[in-house]
Write a protein that binds this ligand. Sequence first.
Ligand code: PMP
Length: 361
Amino acid sequence: MKEFWSKKAKSLTPYTAGEQPKERLVKLNTNENAYPPSPAVAAAVSQAAGRLRLYPDPDASRLCEAIAEYHGVRPQQVFCANGSDEALALCFSAFFQNGAEEAGSWFPGVSASRRVKTPDVGYSFYPVWAELFDVPLEMVPLKEDYSVDAEKMCGGSGAVFANPNAPTGIALPLSGVEEIIRETNGVTVVDEAYAAFGNVTAIPLVDRYPNLAVVRTFSKSHSLAGLRVGYVIADENLTAALRTVKDSFNSYPLDALAQAGAAAAIRDVEYCREVTGKIIETRAYTADKLQKLGVAVLPSSANFLFARFDSPSAEDVFAALRKRGVLVRWFSGKRTRDFLRITIGTREEMDTLLSALEDIL
Ligand code: PMP
């Protein structure tokens, strides 16, 4: 039946999200938050449900204000979307699609290649959007120690990378991030999906660099993967471009429940701090126990660990864990196939994982 498909649709390999298992497993495969959202979310969503007769606020103004206040930026510097996946897709469309190489020169003297640069181990959705939006992508190899090579990431017509990176969990220091922004002849998109679990963020740079877009999500730090809320913090000129593209698809940024729930979540600063603190503590505990089992882990600034397995192989350990009711993530790529990405769950979940590993190794 593919004869009805456009040439573009035929050429695409769609992104496949991590498995959402039907059976009861210890689910450590898609980096969801181990704890429920703030109780304020349910109250706000239920109140908003009483007004569902009405269309949502087309400017998501209360949510933009709450996000702006949280980060100390102006509401006009905030752009909201259905998850950071949509925010990232719109960045590809607004900043990279159809010849980013023709984009104006932000920094005279930077000689740009015609390609948008991204690390060769990174969020696997970037190549899918590049294909979808016809963006020429240059895959920049990670360094020997699996960190992002800031120097080699410079000089593109655009740049996109996750910081901390996924699936490695390693954060690039702010000096490296700034070097990339300064030496890119177009927009640099920094995907900070996991930044709340570390101590590096490019948000303070937004006022200095008109070519910087920082992408954030409520999915990980605020335990709201199911609500689908992400956002971009950038110069007002860039958020205006994102709104132009977004409004061409659907002029409502988010449904009314998502707007209300996310605003309540980001206002509950204390709850988020407490949950994030627990995850960071459990990450240190798990890393230590893994190392005692002889399993090396990369230094993580995220809510997951990237752990190396030699014998048995990571793929075999993945299967053996699954048999014991624990689901983690294995990626078949050349630089990733010796590792498992393990989401940090509750202390009890990590103890289940650790005793299963003890059994297997
Ligand atoms: N960026 C990275 C690096 C991710 O790992 C994910 C989660 N899969 C996302 C963005 C998207 O998250 P969401 O759409 O839930 O905000």
